[in-house]
Design a protein around this ligand. Structure first.
Ligand code: FAD
Length: 395
């Protein structure tokens, strides 16, 4: 596949997948279809995490893809473009959007910050086990009074002999109920505003941390979400990630990466939906014709293709720019905004195309629709992406 477009700096961009990348994509799709369990609908109903699928993904090498060879379990380095291709392949080959979201959350918002800011001891302690699927990590920023305004968080970290004591509440934390460690952002001094924010790796369970029961939610039901309450929870100095006061810049650079990668699986899911809708439109007959012969139906499917194509192009472009070491603040916000909204649109288009069948729980598009809604909320709502884009345009 080759596409050429231009970046802000006027560079020409050529996305030619090499044979190795095409092979990885194919292998992941085969793996996802054959090795991962076919009980997604049941787990979705029950709100159950796919621990077996998680471990199989780790054994295959998925979690290793955001970690350098010396700390992962495959002994291979993966570039970011191949990383998004892999996540896309998971989304295409396996209809568990919750599992894909959970993988992405750990890989890009927990593992990668440890790669970038961790001490050697932290990297050795956490990364190989996360890549092996034996240790699960959650990313905890959101609080009851600080969501979109995440730098206004109020969880405090009081300095004490040998470490810190954390007090405060975190809300809506993906994977929290099954996590072995949480990357927690807290303030050393509320007076310092963003410059007081600091990151900590809090092992779970720990004295002074209460993890809630999984919260019941609309979609992404196969990834458990919970709240964390900290009450005078001691965290040793060795568990501080990065320097004191570096939390805001750490969270800023990790947000750009999160916006880029967290939804990559949705591109694969959109392709899966498109194929499903085309097949249905060719075979379902009404008024003595396949429904695809009615322009209202075929126009909708053309729109699905357009949404897929534009989202895919943006995704590859931003991943490529990150690989080049370029700044992607505006591009990652454009991508997050467009891809998350496009997945909702194509999910609804797929449901409309399938008619009543699309509304039934046995069809994956019904679950896709519920899963898609979360995408316009986490990693910054669509409103916030527009705020970022407008700010970068000087408005
Ligand atoms: C499925 C899912 C998974 C999540 N996983 C995690 C996780 O693992 N870790 C974690 O820390 N958090 C997680 N979150 C929390 C998520 O990051 C927050 O829900 C999100 O940042 C929005 O915060 P809020 O819910 O407090 O909404 P609010 O910030 O209260 O926003 C409410 C509304 O006001 C709008 N709004 C707010 N400020 C502005 C503004 N300046 N301009 C325009 N509109 C504005 C918002 O767009 C929204 O429409 C998750 C959320 C979901 C739904």
């Amino acid at each position: 596949m080759t596409t050429v477009c231009r970046t802000r700096r006027g560079w020409t961009l050529d996305f030619a997948w090499n044979d190795e990348q095409i092979e990885i994509r194919k292998r992941i799709i085969d793996f996802a279809r054959t090795e991962l369990s076919h009980d997604v609908a049941e787990r979705d109903q029950a709100g159950e995490f796919g621990r077996d699928a998680w471990k199989r993904c780790a054994d295959f090498g998925i979690q290793s893809m955001s970690v350098p060879a010396e700390y992962n379990t495959t002994g291979e380095n993966t570039d970011l473009l191949t990383g998004v291709l892999a996540m896309e392949a998971i989304g295409y080959g396996y209809p568990d959007n919750g599992l894909a979201f959970a993988l992405a959350a750990q890989m890009w918002t927990v593992q990668l910050p440890i790669v970038h800011y961790g001490t050697e001891e932290q990297k050795q302690r956490y990364l190989p086990a996360m890549c092996a699927g034996t240790l699960i990590g959650a990313h905890a920023v959101t609080e009851p009074e600080s969501g979109s305004d995440h730098l206004a968080l109020t969880t405090t970290a009081a300095k004490v002999d040998g470490g810190y004591r954390l007090t405060g509440s975190k809300r809506y934390i993906s994977l929290a109920p099954v996590a072995d460690v949480a990357l927690v952002f807290a303030t050393l001094d509320p007076e310092k505003g963003r410059w007081g924010l600091t990151a900590f790796l809090v092992d779970l369970p720990s004295d002074g941390v209460t993890v809630s029961e999984p919260r019941n939610k609309m979609g992404l039901r196969t990834v458990p979400m919970g709240d964390l309450e900290f009450e005078d929870c001691f965290v040793p100095e060795a568990n501080r990630l990065g320097p004191e006061g570096a939390g805001a810049s750490m969270s800023g650079s990790s947000l750009n990466i999160e916006r880029t990668f967290i939804l990559a699986n949705q591109v694969g899911a959109m392709e899966r939906q498109l194929e499903h809708a085309i097949e249905y439109a060719k075979t379902r007959r009404q008024f003595d014709k396949p429904i695809g012969k009615f322009q209202s139906v075929s126009n909708r499917i053309a729109d699905m293709r357009l949404n897929l194509e534009t989202a895919q192009l943006l995704l590859y472009k931003v991943a490529w720019m990150l690989d080049q070491g370029d700044s992607v603040t505006v591009e990652s916000a454009l991508l997050k905004l467009h891809l998350s909204e496009a997945f909702i649109a194509t999910s609804l288009d797929a449901i409309r195309t399938l008619g009543g069948a699309g509304y039934m729980a046995e069809n994956t598009v019904e679950r896709d629709m519920r899963d898609a809604v979360g995408g316009v909320l986490y990693a910054g709502t669509s409103d916030i992406q527009r705020v970022v884009i407008a700010r970068m345009l000087g408005l």
